[in-house]
Design a protein around this ligand. Structure first.
Ligand code: HEM
Length: 137
């Protein structure tokens, strides 16, 4: 499942970089990119990097089973639907869709809290002697 998070992260970066190139094209033809295009680009970029980081952290912190599925599923929802909401809501003139931020945002917040809880409570004893996990102090 962490493969899903990492794949989604790199894919998200590729998508937002294409949007970044389009923004550059708009500048080249002397048009300012709309703020909502840049907002989606910036959010998808940051969240995609975080998807890769979370994928690595899920492994390092030995998040398994149902908890791993919840972390992966909620993160994927937030990573894609939050930036896409910027684009769709403003791009199609349906700004009421911005209210869905109150769904995507909490999905990401729950993942961060679950990972924080895991990072704070994982016992050093759970790690095998061969694990090369650096000290986390
Ligand atoms: C192929 C790669 C990329 C290209 C061509 C690109 C292009 C651009 C362009 C042209 C803008 C200016 C839009 C404007 O000011 O109206 C911009 C803004 C921005 N980009 Fe990218 N970008 C790329 C990758 C990234 C990545 C990897 C991140 C972060 C993870 C990122 C984060 C941002 C942010 C935060 C802004 C807003 C800056 C501001 O408003 O001051 N970009 N990008």
């Amino acid at each position: 499942m962490t493969r899903v998070l990492k794949t989604s992260g790199f894919l998200g970066l590729a998508v937002m970089m294409c949007v970044g190139l389009y923004q550059g094209y708009l500048f080249a033809i002397e048009q300012a990119p709309p703020f909502w295009l840049v907002a989606g680009h910036a959010h998808l970029g940051m969240l995609s990097i975080l998807a890769i980081v979370t994928g690595v952290a899920v492994e390092a912190l030995a998040v398994t089973g149902q908890l791993r599925r919840v972390v992966t599923g909620l993160f994927l929802i937030g990573q894609w639907l939050l930036p896409v909401t910027w684009w769709v809501a403003f791009g199609t003139g349906n700004e009421f869709l911005l209210a869905t931020f109150f769904v995507w945002g909490p999905c990401l917040i729950v993942v961060m809290l679950l990972m924080a809880w895991r990072a704070a409570t994982i016992e050093a004893a759970n790690r095998g002697p061969s694990d090369k996990v650096p000290a986390d102090d």
